[in-house]
Ligand binder design. Sequence first.
Ligand code: SF4
Length: 240
Amino acid sequence: MKKADVATFYDRLAETIPEPKGELDYVNPYTLLVAVALSAQATDVSVNKATEPLFKVVDSPQKMLAYGEDKLREAIKTIGLFNTKAKNVIALSRQLIEEHGGEVPRDRTLLETLPGVGRKTANVVLNIAFGEPTIAVDTHIFRVGNRTGLAPGKTPLEVEKKLEKVTPEARKRHAHHWLILHGRYVCKARKPECWHCVVRDVCAFKAKTTAEGPAAASKPKRKTPARKATAKTGKRSRKA
Ligand code: SF4
């Protein structure tokens, strides 16, 4: 994608959702880390449902160890892979206490040493909890990056590196959320909703869709249903 089109791409998303937020609930960096670790292969809604009562009583690694693995397993049993996730959350809480004074480190390499924490989780935590300009490539961002021509790559890491390179500095802080929300609610996996997409004129995807089905690209309708629909997604937002 040309540099000018990349700028337009982000300008449009920014105009639609000026202050994008993730959709996982948390009360501090520690609970954010736990929520993101629990969200692997699960929906944010299902994680929020389980953590809403949990975080009222457990909001630090010390409290998590006192709470214990059995109670944690019970509290998150509605989330997929809860056995492994409960083990990881207890282990990462212990490691935070033993190696980081109970604090979540503001460092990707250190975060990645925690059980169950990979580069994506580390990037989400750095971005949301600490305001770092990191871009965590999940399935939505991977798809949007490739489909639109914004940041094509064969692996999430390749897409992340491309995004870091092409994203204007001023847009890096929120790029993660804009791209996730765009992929989640407009540029959907099975049927992208090109007919009301605010970036369709700069998007390289050839088989643009219409409300009725796939069709050749036509001129974008920038003002109406497009903005309203995506703006609606902004209201729903609070991803991690
Ligand atoms: S035009 Fe279609 S393929 Fe391109 S970003 Fe928008 S929804 Fe996705």
